[in-house]
Design a protein around this ligand. Structure first.
Ligand code: NAD
Length: 393
């Protein structure tokens, strides 16, 4: 369908995405990587969760910092009647277009990564086209997981044992509010671990290994977050934190079994997943302000370039605990966190722009869906049904 596409926000999620804007987002990330020194290491890279956020940036680094062939796995929707495709769909279409222009192998499997069917398809594709994969990035952020027997687990963003009341930012109304997050019950904690813990990562690694499509010295990395004490009740000590602890234990287990498995603790950033976490928008908008003023703000692409160039291209990644890489070093710097705390205590409706980068937050949110780029003509009609040349459903 050829139409003019405008943003339509339902709270923090945009229900439309702009194909030309998503292409611009991908182009900018590629340009950034091209402007940086290459790693000089060509590998075969599988990215699970490859279409948005950290996974998309990982795939871009693999392709343009390494010159590596990539297979992406994601769960996105093509345009249908009056509905645009999802941002991740357009990002993937753009990724493949630019990869083809630069002579880089790129194929995408669009389907439920939790399913055996998608794992088997990925194995077949690696066998057929590569033989073996050298790097496996696990960057899934999913709201639910359907098991083989049809059981559905849904992840929740709650505290672990007691209610937590805190300042919050209503980004739509630009108002400081109070938010109370209720504790999860045991079932909800278990479900969140099922969805966002390490079980599926473990299954992926074992499926690939058993099929003989994993190089002997293959490296695998899954992404995590810790953050400051301020957000512990909702993140590190909350339901999602329990899942991330499981993810970390899975890295240790994979290492015990002889695999090069790591967790990379990344910086907090606005992505489709993090925007959904209560209290995090206030923390993020203060953090953006402080880190931009200190000249150390990074987006997903700068973070992933550091992972690729400084860690995954060295003989052994630098870790601060067994199997744990830190990319949140600038975020967690004492001077940065001190300023964030100052802002947190002082912020009110009257001084929102003094202490928060709410406009930067909105800019990231808009750009995630392909809106708000200078070079894109948002009054022009565009074809919303974009094909992804290689996609296998
Ligand atoms: P995101 O929402 O931008 O990306 C999620 C990806 O997972 C997308 O490619 C999506 O298509 C894919 N996906 C979701 N469900 C799927 C399914 N069933 N099958 C196949 N693909 C599926 O998320 P993100 O923020 O980039 O998060 C990626 C990882 O990074 C997560 O583990 C997250 O916890 C971690 N992380 C995020 C932040 C942050 O601030 N955003 C910080 C540190 C770590």
């Amino acid at each position: 369908m050829i139409e003019v596409v405008k943003p339509k926000f339902l709270s923090f999620i945009c229900t439309t995405a702009h194909p030309a804007g998503c292409e611009e987002l991908v182009r900018r990330q590629i340009d950034y990587v091209k402007s940086m020194p290459p790693t000089g290491q060509k590998r075969k890279v599988l990215v699970i969760g490859s279409s948005t956020g950290y996974g998309l940036s990982s795939r871009i680094c693999a392709a343009w910092a390494d010159g590596s062939p990539t297979i992406g796995v994601c769960f996105e929707k093509q345009a249908f009647k009056k509905r645009t495709a999802t941002a991740g769909w357009y990002n993937t279409a753009a990724f493949e277009k630019f990869a083809a222009e630069d002579g880089l192998y790129a194929k995408t499997i669009n389907g439920d990564a939790f399913s055996k069917e998608v794992k088997d398809k990925t194995v077949e594709l690696i066998k057929k086209d590569w033989g073996k994969a050298d790097v496996v990035i696990y960057s899934l952020a999913a709201p639910r997981r359907t098991m083989a027997d049809g059981t559905v687990y849904s992840s929740v963003l709650k505290t672990k044992d007691r209610p937590f009341t805190s300042k919050n930012l209503d980004i739509g109304k630009r108002k400081i509010t109070q938010s109370t997050i209720l504790p999860a019950n045991a079932e909800e904690i278990e479900a969140t671990i099922k969805v966002m813990g390490g079980e599926d990562w473990y299954e992926w690694m074992h499926t690939l290994k058993a099929a003989g499509v994993l190089a002997d010295d293959a490296v695998t990395v899954a992404y995590s977050y810790i953050g400051p004490e301020l957000t512990y009740p909702i993140y590190f000590d909350g339901t999602i934190g329990q899942a991330k602890k499981h993810l970390y234990e899975t890295a240790l287990k994979l290492q015990e079994e002889g695999m090069n498995a790591y967790i990379s603790v990344n910086k907090a950033l606005v992505t489709q997943s993090s925007a959904a976490i209560p209290i995090v928008p206030l923390y993020l908008s203060i953090l953006y302000k402080v880190m931009k003023e200190a000249g150390v703000h990074e987006g997903t692409i700068e973070q992933m370039y550091r992972l690729w160039h400084d860690q995954l291209s060295s003989d052994a990644p630098k870790t601060d605990a067994p199997a744990r890489i830190r990319l949140d070093d600038y975020e967690m710097r004492p001077d940065i966190q001190e300023k964030v705390m100052e802002g947190w205590n002082a912020v009110s409706d009257d001084n929102l722009t003094e202490y928060t980068d709410i406009d930067g937050y909105w800019e990231d949110l808009y750009q995630m869906f392909g809106f708000g780029f200078d070079h894109v003509d948002y009054d022009a009609a565009v074809e919303t049904a974009q094909p992804i040349p290689s996609v296998e459903a």
